[in-house]
Ligand binder design. Structure first.
Ligand SMILES: Cc1cc2nc3c(=O)[nH]c(=O)nc-3n(C[C@H](O)[C@H](O)[C@H](O)COP(=O)(O)O)c2cc1C
Length: 279
């Protein structure tokens, strides 16, 4: 297990790149949350099935909208099938080093079947249900990630399963009403990555009323802190093929590069073919 410091000042300085007061020593569970980072390379050691079951139970312990539990998760352990997904993605070969690959799915189907079982109509095939399935699913995945961290396992969500959704859907045998929200690699970390610096709370956290009046100033300062700690490479920036290389690019510019090009714009059409009305 990683040796997590319990020192509030050190953990918050790592997370935000700014000074923080020492305060009281943190309980280990809270310190571990502050110290989390994704893992993108795994040792070949297996993840025992009883441990995986316990972590999945932790995931299922997450809150669920109206206790409807509208999500499913597909566990993949077959290295050939995991590699197939890695190959489709093409730019993340390390996915194939994970002994376990989970695909977290929003699931409207089970509720539809329950209505059938009780001879009632399912009258909630709408955008709200789509959102509820995605939120339930993301909360469960988040809780799985924290549980995995607690036993020293590493994880990384993989949104790219949605970039190959037309192949992932039949590979997993997903029926209508079930769609992938995110993949998740799971395994014993080969090495721990650095902490990724987050936006300051004054940008993300709003008190009583939403207020982004100081956004430009705060983003400028955040960009500078991030660049000082971990400069972005001149090549390999987002949408490099359109915008080309740039020395000294910032987080906000790289974010704008990514958001300037539509990603997975066929997703709503895919969902409609899978039985979601999204009305
Ligand atoms: C829904 C979701 C999808 C993600 N998809 C990918 C992915 O496809 N490939 C990847 O390498 N990382 C993926 N990530 C991980 C993020 O890139 C990572 O969380 C972010 O860079 C911050 O790093 P940290 O988690 O170590 O703080 C994803 C994260 C989330 C929450």
């Amino acid at each position: 297990m990683p040796d997590t410091p319990h020192d509030r000042a050190a953990l918050l300085a790592a997370r935000y790149g700014t000074d923080a007061d020492a305060g009281e020593p943190l309980p280990p569970a809270l310190a571990a949350l502050l110290d989390r980072r994704v893992t993108r390379r795994y040792r070949p050691d297996p993840v025992p099935e009883p441990l995986l079951e316990t972590l999945l139970a932790a995931a299922q312990s997450a809150p669920s909208k109206s206790d409807l539990q509208q999500y499913s998760v597909v566990v993949m352990r077959d290295p050939v099938r995991i590699k197939r997904i890695a190959d489709w993605i093409g730019t993340m070969d390390w996915i194939a080093s994970a002994p376990v690959f989970l695909v977290w799915c929003g699931d409207m189907r089970r509720g539809q079947l329950l209505c059938d079982m009780h001879a009632m109509p399912h009258a909630n095939n709408n955008l709200d249900t789509f959102l509820n399935t995605a939120v339930d699913c993301a909360l469960a995945m988040g809780q799985f990630i924290a549980a995995a961290d607690a036993v020293g396992l590493g994880t990384c969500p993989i949104s790219y399963v949605r970039s190959h959704i037309e192949r992932v859907t039949p590979l997993l045998g997903l029926p209508a009403g079930v769609y992938p929200v995110s993949g998740l690699t799971v395994g014993w970390p080969e090495a721990r990555r650095k902490i990724s610096m987050r936006l300051p709370q004054c940008v993300v956290v709003h008190r009583e009323r939403y207020d982004d009046a100081n956004l430009a100033t705060e983003i400028g300062a955040y960009d500078a802190r991030r660049r000082a700690r971990e400069p972005l490479p001149a090549t390999g920036l987002k949408n490099h093929d359109i915008y080309g290389p740039k020395q000294g690019a910032t987080w906000s510019e790289n974010t704008a590069r990514q958001l300037s090009v539509p990603e997975r714009f066929g997703f709503a059409a895919y969902l409609r073919t899978r039985g979601f009305d999204l009305a």
